[in-house]
Design a protein around this ligand. Structure first.
Ligand SMILES: [Zn+2]
Length: 433
């Protein structure tokens, strides 16, 4: 979200309710449950029972409480809600508007000029469209900070950032949290970056930033600052375990080790990196070796162009296999980990989400196994293989977030597609024409 949009956005009512469920939820007879627990257990013909507060109370051969709302899960696989570790939700409005360009041209000629014209209402409809595509919401929101040239402008950016933090806290929603959002080391000054670091410490939140995305960016940074991006960020004391670094493509082996040592988290966005032709593939195997927590992100819909995490899982696996000449690189299980439990680690929520276990929050997805692209199933490995290599978002039948059913049998329970289509159409007419 860009600065111009914040004030107006705050006057729009959030479209979700705060309330608890009045009954529990019983997911009955799933063909498969991919738990993603520590043993990566896969259950056959099992059920999950969820209490009124949205916590998983039991799973396996279980009955539920009798009063629970029941969802028949025959012919379906239940997986943890997929975690998109990096996106720009309102940029759905820019989908297909700026293709086949290099990052700097894409930003300067197309994206930033259009972002300047965004209003709060447009961002609202763009975000709803994204919500509809992803069909389920738990979010960490950031106010994207890019330093204006004046000191006064910089102060305003900081104020706006803290204002969003207050708004998020005032919602008292267990699903919505805040992270600082300095855009990058090449659009934010040292002063702004360190301000973010300090605020993150004070408010106990993450810092969401783009680092070392393209070769051109790294080269320009070295020319202007006489330093590599990571060296610079480390030297000024910015890097620590609160930093969630999107991309991180242009890292040397020692920089990856430094990430591991400092606990820097990564949101890997392979589709966006390939589409904008950043020049290489992020050193994922080295990141794993160094113990870096790596989640998977779609990036925004102007550089992907979808928000489909299934699609992104496949691209991720293929990119690393092709790049390393090694079909064992980024296996289906490992990529599913990135989209679930590893993603939860990357955003610091591994105790709440990312796996299906007793006591975790019920963020769940039911995928239909009766579609032609999900057949046949030779065993549990094929279920995972089909999810990563063959499924798309359109195989998703039901989504549950915090125990609340947001989509059931492909019908939205809280969003009105006709109204969103109308709002998006009106926004785009005002924006582009
Ligand atoms: Zn981004």
């Amino acid at each position: 979200m860009r600065p111009t949009s914040l004030q107006k956005a705050s006057t729009l009512k959030p479209s979700f309710e705060q309330g608890r469920r009045t009954t529990g939820l019983f997911l009955k007879g799933c063909d498969w449950i991919i738990t993603q627990n520590a043993d990566r257990e896969v259950l056959r013909n099992s059920s999950v029972s969820i209490d009124e507060s949205g916590t998983i109370r039991d799973m396996g051969i279980t009955q539920g409480s009798g009063k629970d709302e029941v969802i028949d899960c025959r012919g379906k696989v239940l997986i943890p809600g997929l975690i998109n570790a990096h996106t720009h939700l309102s940029m759905t409005l820019f989908r297909g508007y700026a293709d086949d360009l290099e990052l700097q041209q894409w930003l300067e000629k197309k994206i930033w000029p259009l972002e300047k014209r965004l209003t709060g209402e447009m961002c609202y409809y763009g975000a709803l469209l994204g919500a509809m595509e992803m069909a389920g919401l738990r979010g960490i929101l950031s106010y994207g900070m890019i330093d204006p040239s004046t000191q006064e402008g910089k102060e305003r950016e900081r104020k706006n950032s803290l204002k969003l933090l207050q708004q998020v806290r005032a919602m008292k929603s267990p699903r919505i949290s805040f992270a600082l959002g300095p855009h990058s080391p090449y659009t934010c000054s040292e002063e702004t970056l360190l301000w973010c670091r300090k605020q993150a410490e004070k408010e106990n939140v993450l810092v969401n930033i783009h680092i070392a995305e393209t070769r051109g960016e790294q080269a320009r940074f070295e020319r202007d600052k006489k330093s590599r991006e990571i060296d610079y960020l480390h030297k000024i004391g910015f890097l620590n375990d609160r930093v969630l670094a999107a991309h991180s493509v242009w890292l040397t082996k020692s920089e990856v080790k430094l990430y591991g040592k400092l606990g820097v988290r990564v949101a890997h966005c392979p589709v966006s990196n390939m589409k904008l032709a950043g020049g290489s593939v992020a050193p994922l195997p080295e990141m794993w070796e160094a113990g870096v927590r790596v989640g998977l992100g779609t990036d925004g819909p102007a550089s992907n162009n979808s928000l489909d995490m299934f699609d992104t899982m496949k691209f991720c696996a293929l990119a690393h296999k092709a790049h390393r000449w090694d079909p064992t690189a980024a296996s289906a299980q490992k990529v599913l980990d990135m989209a679930t439990i590893d993603g939860a680690r990357a955003i610091g929520k591994e105790k709440e989400v990312g796996s299906i276990e007793k006591g975790t929050r019920a963020d769940l997805v039911l995928v239909d196994l009766k579609e032609p692209n999900m057949m046949p199933i030779h065993g549990k490995e094929t279920v995972i293989s089909n999810l990563v290599y063959s499924a798309s978002g359109y195989n998703v039948d039901t989504t549950i977030v915090d125990g609340k059913v947001l989509m059931k049998n492909r019908t939205y329970s809280r969003l009105d597609p006709a109204k969103i289509e109308e709002g998006v159409g009106a926004s785009v007419r005002r924006l582009v024409h």
